[in-house]
Design a binder for this molecule. Sequence first.
Ligand code: SPV
Ligand code: MG
Length: 432
Amino acid sequence: MASVYVGMTVDILHHGHINIIEQARKYGDVTIGLLSDAAVADHKRLPYLTYEQRKQIVENIRGVVKVVTQDEWDYAPNLLKYKPDIMVHGDDWLEGPLVPYRERARAALAEYGGHLIEIPYTRGVSSNEMLGQIQALGTTPDIRRRTLKRLLAVKPISRFIEAHNPISALIAEHVTAQRNGKTCQFDGFWSSSLTDSTARGKPDIEAVEINSRLSNINDIFDVTTKPLIMDADTGGKLEHFELNVRSMERLGISATIIEDKIGLKKNSLFGNDVPQLQDEIEPFCEKIAAGRAARVSDDFMVIARIESLILEKGIADAVKRAQAYVGAGVDGIMIHSRQKAPDEVFEFAKIFKSEFPTIPLVCVPTSYNKVTEEELAAHGFNLVIYANHMMRAAYPAMQNAAMEILKNGRTAEIEASLMSINDVLELIPGTK
Ligand code: SPV
Ligand code: MG
């Protein structure tokens, strides 16, 4: 029997997959190259089903003799490794973004004398369309919550963006862009104390009470499916933090980040320009441990944010605190800085990662904004948070619109810079 290779993701199993396997088995014994979560997450949204769940499904499809892991979006490495006589693929890759992958697969097959068979793509079915339907159906708190840990396990660096209301979250949920031949999207949302406070016209001093913030997140969760990390400021009193962890976890929030400050909290980007106090190590460790003990599931993460660099206490203080917080069981560390260059967070990352290579490291590059995700990943960061950019993008546009209406006594002048009513209808399903 000839050996036949078919690469697949199989998140949402449909008759298109069955058709292709039915066709493939006419040529020989079918091996499915099942794309790993990492391979998919590099190009698309993380699959809803885990690799193990997807594998279980595929192994039980008639005609599948073997399942191997395809660790890359590119088929070529597996073709060269397994050297199947035949590779079968749908003809949907004759045009569009998959063309370079087709070329690489052809070159790999040519290297050892394998053959490519392209079969007509099954009409009227598309995983992408189905994905849209799943998004319309929504998700559950459990599935949403555990997505962050899955992302951290497979992506070199995950990217989260601030969302301060459902419409900003909807934009963050759906927006995609092409970069280096890959489709990029945001992996999840940051519920920022700064932008949640600003949206309510209040200063960022822990004045917006937790129930108001959770209610806002609940509204965001009504219309989105991606995971969310909540900025819980200092975490408040230990006893309150324990209760709040329960509420956050129940809602489906994936992680909370608490900062090691005490007293009247001021926004970190002010640094020592305003009076701010850092907590002692011991009580903050107790708060971390209490928050973790309050969780019901292991999926919810308590991440500690170190403010030593913000308060100009130096790298050694930041490292000492990181060691203590890890000792208290923390699930991740965020190192914050308000420098214009990333040098000090890179220095911290180097020391931290050499001691704790598996503990997720988070950064918020608001001030050192020239650094790229690739550079951050290369220096050991696992998660980047764009902490306030949706808010800062929206309000100047509103201010300008309001001013132009006043100036002109009508709206014609600003129409071209506004979202069209059709785009509004497109963004909000069910409006029409
Ligand atoms: C926030 O977004 O509220 C943060 C990050 O805590 S920062 O504003 O940089 O302090
Ligand atoms: Mg904050």
